[in-house]
Design a protein around this ligand. Structure first.
Ligand SMILES: [Zn+2]
Length: 115
């Protein structure tokens, strides 16, 4: 299945391919504030429809994850990083996807605060 997602103003837009079998709610200092629901896919399944240079990046802690956000409207649609095997991954904030019934997605809680 292919989903389309964007920030609020549309400066950052993308397509992402895959099956959403669940999402993660993380309680780390960043995710708790954002309220994002994350779905992890290999980075190549995420295709930006807008220039990557229109996306701003926030780094904190060990700088392992690039938290991408829109510099105009401030929405954080996705992040990027590597899994333990070194594969490039994207963490999609499924709250930014179109035509998705969020109540149908099972959410698991991740204790990111403990990392
Ligand atoms: Zn925006």
């Amino acid at each position: 299945m292919k989903y389309r997602g964007s920030c609020h103003c549309g400066r950052v837009a993308f397509e992402v391919e895959g099956e959403i079998d669940g999402a993660m709610s993380c309680n780390c200092s960043m995710c708790q504030r954002k309220g994002s629901l994350l779905w992890f896919v290999p980075r190549e399944q995420l295709k930006l429809l807008t220039p990557e240079s229109d996306t701003a990046t926030y780094l904190f802690n060990k700088h392992l994850i690039q938290h991408r956000f829109c510099p105009t409207c401030g929405i954080h649609p996705y992040g990027e990083g590597s899994d333990p095997k070194g594969q490039r991954m994207a963490a999609i904030n499924i709250r930014c996807l179109e035509d998705l019934d969020l109540t149908s997605i099972p959410v698991t809680h991740f204790d990111g605060r403990a990392l």
